[in-house]
Write a protein that binds this ligand. Structure first.
Ligand code: NI
Length: 140
């Protein structure tokens, strides 16, 4: 038996969408106002889905105290109120929500031991969100 648990978090960060492999004109054409040199901020909503058997003793898939602590230390503290463009993980890739979501998934999927992190969903605005569930197909 496998159950899923999804927990929701919030953090704020700023970014500028600009690719080093494109000319200034191509960047403006690709990213529009998101290429503004001064950047802009988002209030991100982050949803993390973990999966596993319901523990017979605790009745839980995962202790939320463990998940909250890990997410706080390894995700929220790392990105909260940061200019994403200045972080080492974004020196070689554009800090789009797609890339940010993928980085967060990798941190959680490989780092969080108490339960399997299966999916990360990152809302950038009320109008768009990105989901990542790893490069490998999910095992049943
Ligand atoms: Ni943006």
């Amino acid at each position: 038996m496998k159950a899923h648990l999804t927990r929701r978090y919030h953090f704020s960060a700023s970014h500028r969408l600009h690719s080093e492999v494109m000319s200034p004109e191509e960047n403006r054409a690709t990213y529009g106002k998101c290429n503004n040199p001064h950047g802009h901020g988002h209030n991100y909503a982050l949803e993390i889905t973990v999966a596993g058997p319901v523990d017979a003793a605790t009745g839980m898939v995962c202790n939320l105290v463990d998940l909250d602590g890990f997410v706080q230390q390894h995700v929220l503290a790392r990105f909260q109120l940061q200019n994403l463009n200045t972080l080492p993980e974004f020196t070689r890739q554009v800090p789009t929500t797609e890339n940010l979501c993928t980085i967060i998934y990798d941190v959680l999927h490989h780092g969080f031991a108490p339960a399997r992190v299966e999916k990360v969903r990152l809302e950038e605005t009320m109008m768009n969100a990105f989901e990542y569930a790893g490069a490998e197909p999910l095992r049943p």
